[in-house]
Design a protein around this ligand. Structure first.
Ligand SMILES: NC(=O)c1ccc[n+]([C@@H]2O[C@H](COP(=O)([O-])OP(=O)(O)OC[C@H]3O[C@@H](n4cnc5c(N)ncnc54)[C@H](OP(=O)(O)O)[C@@H]3O)[C@@H](O)[C@H]2O)c1
Length: 242
C-alpha cells in the first residue's frame, strides 16, 4: 500500500467477525468502495454466506481463540489472494459480571478473543502485508476501553488493551503499516438491554449509532496516508465527552 491517501479499489481487506452486525456493515461498505473483501466468521455460517454473496467476498472460518487457527487462516488468505492490504479486527465477545464474582474462565473467555486474538491477527496480518510493501490495520475497540464500566471491568480491560496495542504496534510496524482504532459508542441491535438504552439517552447525539457510521471511520483509516497512525477515533455520538 502506498504511503499516500489511496482508494480501496482492488485492495484485499480482511474483516474478522463479519457475518453480521457491525462487521457485516463494515464488509458491505468496503465492497461498495471497491475492495476485495475477505470475510472471517466462526459460528455464523449462514449469515456469513449471505454477507459474502452480497459483497462478492471470499469466506474464511477460524476460532480466533486458537493461534494455530489464526495462522492457518492467514495462510489460506495468502493462497487465495496472494496478498493482504488491510485488516479490520472486529470480532469480539461481550459479557457482564460483577468483578467480585468473575472466574478465571470468565476472564479468559473475553481476553482470548478481544485481546490475544487481536494481537496475533495483527502479527500474522503484518507479516503478510510486508511481503507486498505494507498495509493498514484498524482495530475495533470500544468506548468501554476509554470509560470505566463497573460491571464490565474485564471487557473494559480487554478493550483498553486493544487501544494500547494499537498505539504500540503503530510504532513497531511504522512506516509501512499503519495501526489505528475505531472506538464505537452504543450501536444498538435487537439484544439491547436497559443499560444500553440508558446510555443512548445519555448520548449527546440522542441516538445510537449505526454499523455504517463505524464503517465510515474504518474506511477513513484504511484510505489515510501513513501520517495517520496510532490514533483512536471514538464514534459515539459524543458519549465519551460526558
Ligand atoms: N455493538 C456495540 O454497541 C459495540 C459497542 C462498542 C464496541 N463494539 C465493538 O464492535 C465490534 C463489533 O461489535 P458487534 O456488537 O457487532 O459484535 P458481536 O456481534 O458481539 O461479535 C462479532 C463477531 O465476533 C465473532 N467472534 C466471537 N468470538 C469468536 C471466536 N472465538 N472466534 C472467531 N470469531 C468470534 C462472532 O463470529 P460468529 O458469529 O461467526 O461466531 C461474532 O459474530 C466488537 O469488537 C465490539 O466489541 C460494539
Amino acid at each position: 500500500m502506498e504511503n499516500l491517501p489511496s482508494s480501496l479499489q482492488g485492495k484485499v481487506v480482511l474483516v474478522t467477525g463479519a457475518a453480521k452486525r457491525i462487521g457485516r456493515g463494515i464488509a458491505l461498505r468496503l465492497a461498495r468502495e471497491g475492495a476485495r473483501v475477505a470475510i472471517h466468521y466462526h459460528r455464523s455460517e449462514p449469515e456469513a454466506r449471505r454477507t459474502a454473496e452480497e459483497c462478492g467476498a471470499a469466506l474464511f472460518r477460524a476460532n480466533l481463540e486458537s493461534v494455530a487457527e489464526i495462522t492457518a487462516m492467514f495462510g489460506e488468505i495468502e493462497r487465495h489472494f496472494g496478498r493482504l492490504d488491510g485488516l479490520v479486527n472486529n470480532a469480539a465477545r461481550f459479557t457482564r459480571f460483577d468483578p467480585l464474582d468473575i472466574t478465571e474462565a470468565d476472564w479468559d473467555f473475553i481476553h482470548k478473543v478481544n485481546l490475544k486474538a487481536v494481537f496475533f491477527c495483527c502479527q500474522s496480518g503484518a507479516r503478510l502485508m510486508l511481503r507486498n510493501g505494507g498495509g493498514r490495520i484498524v482495530n475495533i475497540s470500544s468506548l468501554g476501553g476509554i470509560r470505566p464500566w463497573a460491571e464490565h471491568a474485564h471487557y473494559c480491560a480487554s478493550k483498553a488493551g486493544v487501544i494500547m496495542l494499537t498505539r504500540a504496534l503503530a510504532k513497531a510496524f511504522a512506516p509501512d503499516i499503519t495501526v489505528n482504532s475505531v472506538a464505537p459508542g452504543v450501536i444498538p441491535f435487537e439484544d439491547i438491554d436497559a443499560r444500553g438504552r440508558a446510555m443512548i439517552e445519555a448520548t449527546p447525539a440522542r441516538r445510537g449509532g449505526t454499523p455504517d457510521e463505524i464503517a465510515g471511520a474504518v474506511v477513513y483509516f484504511l484510505k489515510a496516508s501513513n501520517f495517520v497512525t496510532g490514533q483512536i477515533l471514538a464514534v459515539d455520538g459524543g458519549l465519551s465527552q460526558r
